[in-house]
Design a protein around this ligand. Structure first.
Ligand SMILES: Cc1cc2nc3c(=O)[nH]c(=O)nc-3n(C[C@H](O)[C@H](O)[C@H](O)COP(=O)(O)OP(=O)(O)OC[C@H]3O[C@@H](n4cnc5c(N)ncnc54)[C@H](O)[C@@H]3O)c2cc1C
Length: 381
């Protein structure tokens, strides 16, 4: 059994931000912080290509670290289109203020996560990859740690030569930073009845990185779309981000509450790419990477009570995404800082971290932003 002060499950943007904040903000003796991720390396399970609202860096990274952030481009030109069909779309003459990302960094989230892991390790946090955490450990109504899964079993469950037994990690506080639909998080929310006003809802987002011939595109140009090829009853939208002069990130998100069984989100994504609004951005291009991931897009009313004694839920796991802009990284960073402050308070003897964390979270600009767009999803329905 391993013992630590804080166990963070997930080395995505929020888990690493929590580790950095915990080590940096501690006065006196620094707590031991162990971060575990099931991916091969930090960022390997993160879907890349994002526009990050820089408000999230405040208080977390120094100006020098922000300047060194692996940033591919800054948003220089943006547009918003709706009422699309394959050959037609309406370009809104202005970008709605709540959607604007002017001057925000366009990043590879995988690279940013790897960069955060370096900072966390430099601060003394221990980041271990290749370990899936499969179970929370509870004692007398308090989460006291977690257990990793066994490794090195063959398809019949027999031990191979590289077998590694499950390991229990005892922690004073466990931070769940698993992202959307996390296995431990979802189980905890269900078992402890933490669900918010409304149940969480998710979209499946498919992203593809396309290498285009040089001289054809402008780095930092971004386009967002609403609707098509989603039908009128389903929430959907897409984006095109020019990550560099020769790399374009195309994505399409489609709400998973769609009603028609024959819908194929991947086919919708292909249709989206072939539309007259998107095709010119990727003309002559070659696909170099792609992936899909869920986005918790239920918004403000779907945020659960993000704690139980001994355990806090941060980032996408707590549904902390602006469901209008589909941006979660900056709110994740703010939740990480709120969690760190509350945990350090608990370790210093000033009471349970959970309620304090929720209180601090509610005072962040990210929370207020989610509150401002709280009716977006419901009004669509
Ligand atoms: C297509 C798409 C486009 C997006 N675009 C933007 C954008 O432009 N701007 C923006 O701000 N946001 C964007 N987002 C949202 C953003 O990606 C998330 O808000 C952000 O990644 C949340 O970070 P997180 O650390 O909470 O979760 P994640 O990034 O999901 O990281 C979770 C980590 O936990 C690990 N993990 C999970 N379960 C376990 C377990 N049991 N044991 C061990 N490890 C575990 C995973 O391997 C992963 O590394 C987008 C999302 C998608 C899907």
């Amino acid at each position: 059994m391993i013992e630590t002060d804080i166990l963070v499950v997930g080395a995505g943007p929020v888990g690493l931000a929590a580790a950095i904040a915990l080590r940096r903000r501690a006065s006196g003796e620094k707590p031991r912080v162990v971060v575990l991720d099931k991916g091969r390396s930090p960022g390997s399970h993160v879907l890349s290509g994002a526009i990050v609202d820089p408000s999230g860096f405040k208080g977390l990274l120094t100006d020098e670290e922000v300047a060194k952030l692996p940033c591919e481009a800054k948003v220089v030109k943006e547009s918003f289109r709706c009422n699309m069909t394959r050959g037609f779309s309406v370009k809104i003459p202005w970008v709605p203020q709540l959607m604007s990302s002017k001057d925000f960094p366009v990043v590879s989230l995988t690279k940013v996560t790897a960069y955060l892991a370096q900072i966390a390790q430099k601060e003394g946090a221990e980041v271990y990859t290749g370990y899936a955490v499969t179970e929370l450990v509870e004692k007398d109504g308090r989460i006291v740690g977690a257990r990793t899964g066994e490794k090195g079993l063959d398809k019949n469950g027999a031990k191979k030569s590289n077998y590694l037994a499950s390991e229990e990690i005892r922690a004073k506080v466990t931070v769940l930073a698993e992202g959307g639909c996390g296995i431990l998080t979802d189980k905890l929310i269900a078992e402890k009845k933490l669900q918010g006003v409304r149940p969480p809802t998710y979209a499946i987002a498919i992203k593809e990185l396309i290498e285009v011939p040089s001289g054809t595109q402008t780095a930092g140009e971004v386009m967002h779309t609403f609707g098509w090829p989603a039908d009128f009853n389903t929430y959907g939208g897409g984006f095109v981000y020019h990550v560099s002069e020769t790399q374009v990130m195309v994505g399409y998100a489609y709400a998973l509450d769609y009603a028609r069984a024959e819908i194929d989100p991947f086919r919708l994504f292909r249709r989206f790419k072939s539309s007259s609004a998107v095709a010119p951005h990727i003309k002559g291009g070659k696909s170099v990477a792609y992936g899909a991931k869920v986005i918790p897009e239920g918004g403000f009313y779907s945020v659960p009570t993000p704690y139980v004694p001994g355990c806090l839920i941060v980032g996408d796991g707590a549904g902390l995404v602006d469901s209008l802009r589909i941006k979660g990284v900056h709110i994740a960073f703010q939740s990480a800082q709120a969690a760190a402050a509350a945990i350090l308070g608990e370790l210093a003897g000033s009471g349970e971290a959970g309620p304090k964390y929720f209180e601090l979270l509610k005072s962040t600009t990210g929370w207020k932003e989610m509150e401002r767009v709280r009716n977006v999803r419901a009004s669509f329905s």
